[in-house]
Design a protein around this ligand. Sequence first.
Ligand SMILES: NC(=O)c1ccc[n+]([C@@H]2O[C@H](COP(=O)([O-])OP(=O)(O)OC[C@H]3O[C@@H](n4cnc5c(N)ncnc54)[C@H](OP(=O)(O)O)[C@@H]3O)[C@@H](O)[C@H]2O)c1
Length: 162
Amino acid sequence: MQLNNASLVAMTHLFLQPMRERKSGKIINVASMAAFIPVPYMATYAASKVFVRSFTEAITEECKPYNIQVMLFAPGLTKTNFNEAAGINNEKGVGLSSDYQTAATQSPEEVADELLKALDAKKHFQISGNRNRMGARLASLLPNAMIARFMANSYRKKTGLI
Ligand SMILES: NC(=O)c1ccc[n+]([C@@H]2O[C@H](COP(=O)([O-])OP(=O)(O)OC[C@H]3O[C@@H](n4cnc5c(N)ncnc54)[C@H](OP(=O)(O)O)[C@@H]3O)[C@@H](O)[C@H]2O)c1
């Protein structure tokens, strides 16, 4: 929460002031697919990304009169150092660590390319990857409680908890 939320808010405010004065600038805040769904057993991480989404969507409008482009960017599964940094690249992370072998995984280069194209296209919101875009659309049609139940059951099956 300190890194994903408090630091993000502090940095946004720090850079916004000079952008407002010169009436130009761009801010990209990185959320996640977890910004759209509750994620049991990664509850705090997912909730921190909901904060990023709400905060960024609100300041997008606040910044428009100052010609500042704010963009919420939501990657899905991306092959980075995430599992290692989170300490879940071992047996402790069964069911939690990202499976980089799935077809849904994107490379950091692919994700960065989508981000820059969306920025050039003056977008305020972009989900990375076709599958993730479809996933977010599907998730918006289902009750959050149903998604949380499905994900919790899937985690428990992977870990042998049930
Ligand atoms: N990988 C995915 O599947 C995925 C999916 C959705 C969203 N995301 C989001 O994408 C963003 C980048 O993550 P990533 O996958 O690239 O993970 P990563 O490979 O672990 O990179 C995380 C970055 O954050 C920096 N960092 C970590 N703790 C920090 C701290 N306390 N203070 C300052 N910097 C710190 C790290 O700096 P150092 O290298 O100096 O440690 C590193 O540059 C995150 O916001 C993550 O939530 C990732």
